[in-house]
Structures are given as structure tokens and as C-alpha cells.
Design a protein around this ligand. Structure first.
Ligand SMILES: CC(=O)N[C@H]1[C@@H](OP(=O)(O)OP(=O)(O)OC[C@H]2O[C@@H](n3ccc(=O)[nH]c3=O)[C@H](O)[C@@H]2O)O[C@H](CO)[C@@H](O)[C@@H]1O[C@H](C)C(=O)N[C@@H](C)C(=O)N[C@H](CCC(=O)O)C(=O)O
Ligand SMILES: Nc1ncnc2c1ncn2[C@@H]1O[C@H](COP(=O)(O)OP(=O)(O)OP(=O)(O)O)[C@@H](O)[C@H]1O
Ligand SMILES: N[C@H](CCC[C@H](N)C(=O)O)C(=O)O
Ligand SMILES: [Mg+2]
Length: 487
């Protein structure tokens, strides 16, 4: 591809060098540059891409895209742009032939439920024979092929590469999680979304966004980028605000919730430990829906998935079949197997709202005590720690506060932050840094009628302490402890 074609539609401040040169590839990390590549410089939070220009040229970069004035050999083309990340996004779309415009893309955003809703949508699509792709926290999937996920929403260049591969494999619809980081950092700036879905918004990532208004604004960007429909939970305060803000856009606004005000709503909801039955009402159809996952939040997640498929044009029978087929997502309200007479739930609740929902769901059917093992991630939003301490204390009978992924923070300091919140409740608790020993403590205390919740890491199979990544899987560890304790 010619450099000029690669840069098509990108904002450009000025050019130097040959615009017609042939380009073989693009990279925004100097370590990934190959012969005749373009190197796109990004001023990041940890490093500045401009510092690696020399290295990129030595590895074969023929052109560089920069935000700053730089001096390089005249044989190297230089394109100056106002925003490197945005330019990368346009370049990615151009390099891979703008694949997102040639398939249906559903973007799901919100603090909690993105992974669950995207999997639920995929289930509906596949039940109806639609070739589908998936991009999110657990992995990136193209039909039967699965790639390990680096981020929930990958950088733009990887994203367009994935869309290209999907198109090559005749994928019709891609469902993807759209994180607030990706919206803020322009990873999805040139994605052609057909449908946008909003689940909910509660405090998280304040370290990155600064305040909840910035966080809301970042999430709202998605709905200005859709062509067909926006599916919004209006029982959520911020969802209602977003619906008001975007109602005049071209994309059709479809609201959901459990009040009759919503376009799609659930009524006569019957929740049991095994699942939920409700009556679905939508503009063009209504009828009974049975879902296999307990909890009010599952009603909302199913409505979000139904709304997305409705927006794409699916009918009630198609939707009902797919929704009812869904068996859940690994690490989301997952019951640990082979626990003899104990009930152990592993759940990815790592925000105050998620923890509250999961504990309230457990309260709905627990006849004994609720024992909660949890922590909070390091190098992440500190404000949520005392909030999660308070919620766990208020809704559990006993808590073991432990390490999540402490990353580069002092693990004990994170536990102390959580303790501030739990101290205000009358819940008994212990602090045990070692997550395995914390789970052991809960298992030793548990009686058959009790429910043990291990929260925060869900599907994760690792624990990050300092810069090191250790094997750690809540489910496997619980089973291992049960075997050790029974001996
Ligand atoms: C806070 C955040 O989102 N950071 C993202 C950001 O990193 P950054 O700006 O710090 O990049 P940097 O390390 O400073 O590097 C700047 C530039 O120098 C380049 N470089 C660097 C070194 C070198 O030798 N050569 C070189 O060229 C880098 O490739 C980069 O282009 O840009 C990187 C490239 O896209 C991302 O990988 C990185 O995600 C990091 C790993 C991360 O942890 N992000 C999390 C917070 C995140 O995005 N999470 C959301 C989900 C959150 C949720 O809703 O739950 C997600 O979508 O995953
Ligand atoms: N609709 C919902 N409302 C509140 N909490 C929810 C909802 N759906 C799921 N949860 C809780 O949030 C946790 C994370 O769910 P899920 O992985 O689907 O969300 P996510 O938005 O993808 O999270 P992340 O941003 O970390 O990837 C679940 O384990 C559950 O505890
Ligand atoms: N997407 C979330 C995941 C948090 C999971 C939790 N186990 C942690 O490590 O903090 C984040 O990056 O903030
Ligand atoms: Mg997710």
C-alpha cells in the first residue's frame, strides 16, 4: 500500500518525504517494526514513542508518524499529526481495508456486565446460524479460533486486524466489549458500529478518568458512532441521562429496563436459585423467557442482549431460543464443582456495584451464613476499596480480606484501605494476605448450608504480584484445598 493511501482521511499537519512509497506494514511499538514499515509514535502514560524513532528506523521503518518535530535522515518520510492515537486508528482501518464497515458490529459498554452481555448476544446469533466473532476480556474469537486477550478492547491496529480476519472467515457479526479506556484513548475511533449497548455505570476507574462525569462522557462516545440502534438501560441513572442526550441522533434509541417506560421490559419476574422466568414485552413481540442464571442483574443482562438482537432485526422466536440456550460465562457466578456438600461461588465482582449485586443474589437463597473472600487490584482505582469493604461487611456474615492482583502496590496497604470500609459494619473479618490461605480459612469455616463467595478474579488463571505473574485459579485452588482438608 502507498503511504498516501495509508494516511487517507487522517488529520495531517504536514508531510516531509515521498508520499508514494510502498509500505509493508504498520507498528506503534518500535520492537515490532519490520522492513518498510510505518512507525506511529504515541505519547503514552509510561513512555513516549518519539524516544524510539531511531530504534524503529534501525529495524526498517521507512516512514514515521509523529506529534512532535523531529529530525531524521531525508530518506525517511515524516507525517506530523495532531494526535498519534487517533492517526493510528485511521491508519489501522485503512491498512486492513476498513473491514468494520463491511460487517455488523455490536459494541457493548458499561461498568459491569459487558463480558456477560457479549457472550449472551453471541449465543443468540449462533443459535440462529449467524457466523459470529467476539472481542473482549476473556479472549478474541473468530469462529472456532481463539486468541488470548491482551486488553478487553485491543489497540486500534490489532482491532482492525481482527476485523479483517473475521471478514476473511466470513464472519457476519462481531460483538465486542468497548471499555471506557478504549473510548478515551481512541482505540475504537474508526470502528463502524451498527449497534451500541449500555449496561450500567457505577464508580470504577476513577484513577484514569478523574471523576464520574468524565467516565460517563467516555462511555457516551460509543452512541455517537452507531448507525442502526442504541440499546440503553434506563433504570440506570446515567443510562437515562445518556438516553436523553442521544435521542435525536439518527440511530434508533431502544430503551430497556423493568419499568413499562422502557421500549423493552421484563415483568412478572420470578427469581429462583437455578434461574429466572419473566414476561418480555418489546415493541413487536412479547412472551415468556426462562434464563438459566440467577439474579436480578441477569435479567438486565438478558434484556441488553435481547435489545441488541432486536435492533439488528431478529424476531422473538429467534431471540427466545438463543437467550434460553445461554449457560453463563466462566468466572461469572460460577459454582465450583466437586465440592462435596459445600457451595462455593466464584465471581468476577471487582467493583462495588458488582459485589453488592452478587451478594444480594446469594442472600436471596442462602439458608446459612455468607462467607466472602475478596480483595482489590493494585495500581487501580483506590476509591473503590473502602466501598467494597463496607458492602462485603454489610451483606456477609464473615469476610476474609485478601490480595487480588496487588501489582506494584504494597499488598498490605490495599487490605488496609479495604478495612476502613468494613470496620464501620458489624461483620466479623480476618485479613490474610495469601489468597490461597484466605480461601482455606473460608472453607474451614464453611458448613453445608453456608455459601462461600470468592470474588474479584473470576476466570483469571493468574495472580500479579509486583511485576511477576503467578499461576492462580480461584476455582482450582478451592478444589485443591478441599482435597487437602479432607485428607
Ligand atoms: C492505561 C492504559 O490503558 N494504557 C494503555 C496505553 O499504554 P501507555 O499509554 O501507557 O503506553 P506506554 O507504555 O506509555 O507506551 C507509549 C508508546 O511507546 C511505545 N514503545 C514503548 C516501549 C518501547 O520500547 N518502544 C515503543 O515503541 C509503545 O508501544 C506505545 O505506543 O496504550 C497501550 C497500547 O495500546 C495499552 O497496552 C495500555 O494498556 C495497559 C496495558 C492497561 O493495563 N490498560 C488497562 C487499564 C485497560 O485498558 N483496561 C481496559 C478495561 C478496563 C475495564 O473496563 O475493566 C481494557 O480495554 O483492557
Ligand atoms: N448487569 C450487571 N449489573 C451489575 N453487576 C453485574 C452485572 N452483570 C454482571 N455483574 C457483576 O459484574 C461482574 C463482572 O461481569 P462481566 O465480566 O460481565 O462485566 P464486565 O463489564 O465485562 O467487566 P470488565 O470491565 O472487568 O471486563 C460479574 O462477575 C458480576 O459480579
Ligand atoms: N478490567 C478490570 C479488571 C479488574 C480485575 C481485578 N481482578 C483486578 O486485577 O483489579 C481492570 O483492569 O481494572
Ligand atoms: Mg469484560
Amino acid at each position: 500500500m502507498k503511504l498516501i493511501d495509508l494516511m487517507q482521511n487522517a488529520d495531517i499537519l504536514h508531510w516531509m518525504g515521498d508520499r508514494d512509497m510502498e509500505i509493508q506494514g504498520v507498528a506503534y511499538d518500535s520492537r515490532r517494526i519490520e522492513q518498510d514499515f510505518v512507525f506511529v509514535c504515541i505519547q503514552g502514560m509510561k513512555a513516549d514513542g518519539h524516544d524510539f524513532i531511531q530504534q524503529a528506523i534501525e529495524k526498517g521503518a521507512k516512514a514515521i508518524v509523529v506529534e512532535k518535530d523531529v529530525e531524521v535522515h531525508p530518506s525517511i518520510a515524516v507525517v506530523k499529526v495532531p494526535n498519534g492515537r487517533k492517526a493510528l486508528s485511521q491508519i489501522g482501518a485503512n491498512f486492513y481495508g476498513n473491514p468494520s464497515a463491511q460487517m455488523d458490529i455490536i459494541g457493548v459498554t458499561g461498568t459491569n456486565g459487558k463480558t456477560t452481555v457479549t457472550h449472551w448476544i453471541k449465543q443468540i446469533l449462533e443459535t440462529n446460524g449467524t457466523n459470529s466473532g467476539l472481542i473482549g476480556t476473556l479472549s478474541y474469537k473468530i469462529l472456532d479460533k481463539e486468541y488470548k486477550a491482551s486488553n478487553t478492547t485491543p489497540e486500534s491496529l490489532e482491532l482492525h486486524r481482527l476485523f479483517r480476519e473475521m471478514l476473511d472467515f466470513r464472519v457476519d457479526t462481531c460483538t465486542m466489549e468497548v471499555s471506557s479506556h478504549s473510548l478515551e484513548l481512541d482505540r475504537v475511533a474508526h470502528v463502524h458500529f451498527n449497534v451500541g449497548v449500555f449496561t450500567n455505570l457505577t464508580p470504577d476507574h476513577m484513577d484514569f478518568h478523574g471523576n464520574i462525569e468524565n467516565y460517563r462522557k467516555a462511555k457516551t462516545k460509543l452512541f455517537y458512532q452507531t448507525t442502526l440502534g442504541n440499546v440503553i438501560n434506563i433504570d440506570d441513572l446515567y443510562g437515562q441521562q445518556i438516553a436523553d442526550e442521544i435521542k435525536r441522533l439518527d440511530a434508533r434509541l431502544i430503551t430497556y429496563g423493568i419499568s413499562e417506560k422502557a421500549d423493552i421490559y421484563a415483568k412478572d419476574i420470578q427469581i429462583s436459585p437455578k434461574g429466572t422466568i419473566y414476561h418480555l414485552v418489546a415493541p413487536e413481540f412479547e412472551g415468556k423467557i426462562r434464563i438459566n442464571i440467577p439474579g436480578m442483574f441477569s435479567v438486565y443482562n438478558s434484556l441488553a442482549a435481547i435489545g441488541a438482537c432486536y435492533a439488528l432485526g431478529y424476531g422473538f422466536e429467534e431471540i427466545k431460543k438463543g437467550v434460553e440456550n445461554f449457560k453463563g460465562v466462566p468466572g461469572r457466578f460460577e459454582l465450583v464443582e466437586d465440592t462435596k456438600d459445600m457451595t462455593i461461588v466464584v465471581d468476577y465482582a471487582h467493583t462495588p456495584d458488582a459485589l453488592e449485586n452478587v451478594l444480594k443474589t446469594i442472600q436471596g437463597f442462602c439458608t446459612g451464613k455468607i462467607i466472602t473472600v475478596f480483595g482489590c487490584g493494585g495500581d487501580r482505582d483506590k476509591k473503590k476499596r473502602p466501598m467494597m469493604g463496607e458492602i462485603a461487611g454489610r451483606l456477609s456474615d464473615y469476610c476474609v480480606i485478601t490480595s487480588d492482583n496487588p501489582r506494584t502496590e504494597d499488598p498490605q496497604a490495599i487490605l488496609n484501605d479495604i478495612e476502613v470500609g468494613i470496620k464501620g459494619t458489624d461483620c466479623k473479618y480476618k485479613m490474610i494476605l495469601d489468597r490461597k490461605e484466605a480461601i482455606r480459612e473460608a472453607i474451614r469455616m464453611g458448613r453445608p448450608e453456608d455459601i462461600i463467595l470468592i470474588a474479584g478474579k473470576g476466570h483469571e488463571t493468574y495472580q500479579i504480584i509486583g511485576e511477576q505473574v503467578f499461576d492462580f485459579d480461584d476455582k482450582k485452588i478451592a478444589q485443591e484445598i478441599l482435597r487437602e482438608e479432607i485428607k
